[in-house]
Design a protein. Structure first.
Length: 172
C-alpha cells in the first residue's frame, strides 16, 4: 500500500502551540526537554475525535457498500477512538445520519451522552487513502490519510501529526 509522502507538519504545529515556545522561553534543548520520547502526535481533543468518528462512520459505509450515499440503508455506527497513549482512555462515539436531512449527522459521546449535530457538506475518499471532508462549525475542512484498515472494523488514520486508531461497529 502506498501511504503518501511523510511530513512533520504536526510536529511543527505542536512546537508552535507550545506555551514555552510562544513565550520565547526555550533553548537548544527544547526538543529533548519537551519531547523526550520523540513526537507521536498531539493528544486529540473532543472536536478532533468527532472528526475522526465521522470519517470512520463514512468509511464503514463505503466499505460495506453504501458508498457514503444518502441511502436509507446506511447504518448507525459506533466508533471507538483508541487512547493515543497508555494514560489516555478510549473514547466511544455513536454516529448517525439524519433520516430527514442526509447531510446532517448526530455525533454522540457515549460516556457523557453529549450530542453534536454536524452538517457535512462533502466527503471524499480518494486513491484508497486520502480523506477530505467539509463540515460546518469548528470541524471545518479536514484532510487526512487512512493508513490501514483490517476488514471493515479497524481503521487507522494519520491525523493531526500522529496515528489515530479506531474500531467501528454497526448496529446490525
Amino acid at each position: 500500500m502506498v501511504q503518501g509522502v511523510a511530513h512533520n507538519l504536526g510536529f511543527g504545529k505542536s512546537i508552535l502551540n507550545n506555551e514555552s515556545f510562544m513565550k520565547g522561553d526555550y533553548s537548544t534543548a527544547f526538543i529533548p526537554d519537551f519531547y523526550p520520547d520523540g513526537y507521536f502526535g498531539d493528544v486529540l481533543d473532543n472536536e478532533q475525535m468527532k472528526v475522526v468518528a465521522l470519517a470512520a462512520h463514512q468509511l464503514k459505509n463505503v466499505f460495506i457498500g453504501y458508498n457514503g450515499s444518502q441511502s436509507s440503508d446506511e447504518r448507525v455506527v459506533y466508533v471507538t477512538v483508541i487512547g493515543q497513549n497508555a494514560d489516555m482512555p478510549d473514547h466511544d462515539w455513536k454516529v448517525e445520519r439524519s433520516a430527514v436531512d442526509a447531510s446532517k449527522f448526530t455525533i454522540t459521546n457515549i460516556e457523557s451522552n453529549e450530542s453534536t449535530v454536524v452538517d457535512l457538506s462533502s466527503f471524499d475518499y480518494e486513491h484508497n487513502s486520502l480523506i477530505k471532508l467539509q463540515a460546518d462549525g469548528a470541524m471545518g475542512h479536514q484532510t487526512f490519510q487512512l493508513l490501514s484498515s483490517d476488514n471493515d472494523i479497524k481503521f487507522d488514520f494519520y491525523f493531526e501529526g500522529g496515528k489515530v486508531e479506531t474500531r467501528v461497529y454497526d448496529e446490525a
